[in-house]
Design a protein around this ligand. Sequence first.
Ligand code: AMP
Length: 305
Amino acid sequence: MSLLTVGSVAFDALETPFGKTDKIIGGAATYITLAASYFTQQNNLVAVVGGDFPKEMIGLLEEHGVDTKGLEIVQDGKTFFWSGKYHEDMNTRDTLITELNVMEHFDPIIPDSYQGTEFLMLGNTVPATQKLVIERLAKRPKLIMLDTMNLWMNIALDDLKSVLKLVDLLTINDEEARLLSGEYSLRKAAKKIMAMGPKTLIIKKGEHGALLFQEDRIFFAPALPLEEVFDPTGAGDSFAGGFIGYLAATNDVSFENMKRAIIYGSAMASFCVEKFGTERLVNLSKEEINARVQEFVKLASFEIQ
Ligand code: AMP
């Protein structure tokens, strides 16, 4: 089944306790499409970059089977830039700089060949842009998944609430779930957020795994305890890409299949954090992914007599 991803393609500058990077390639849609590329062949991208974005990187996405027809290049514009600094525990970070640049006036044009997509992943970006994408699809996808962040809850809450009414699945972290709902208990928060529109909700808890909510059902997926976490940037997006890529590949949006998808998503996130930026995600094999999924199965299974 085909997947369409819309979101940021960016330059990032990162600081972790292990080191610092100058501008490297990042962006939510970059991580999502790379992670999804290990599952789905029809992997379409709608995003915008400036004339300063390296052609080799577009080539790298294409080598991974990502269709970049929908990647607009604004020759005289600058690519979105984000800079973040991680705290000692690597679980929390501060955004130092967000320069929207070409993203500020992004008009997402959907190429005709992307129409009819069965799966839509709205990566973290301006909520009004996310809504425009849904409105521009002639046929409603089988599943619309949306990622967002605290920034939009603070500066564009009405737009965010308006797009939430249109999506099937929302993925956010625990802090954002509390901010959006005004509830500390994640169970209560989930109830309130699902009443805003999405029937399914994933709350990510960084190194403590992720919770999947749907109606009164809950599933918990652990994160793999890794010996070294080098750079958590993109973990949430790799998770989303693995999750929706697996759903698209299996064409099954049941709760049971979402449980499997969440494990594939967690496996992709666990690879992502092992190196800086997208370095680890661009060099994976299906065998490595399957072996890692088995580690999750072992980690979380037990018997009770
Ligand atoms: P994650 O670590 O999964 O939350 O995602 C990190 C990626 O999100 C980075 O590569 C950033 O370029 C991108 N990002 C950060 N802030 C924003 C924003 N406001 N809009 C779109 N993308 C963003």
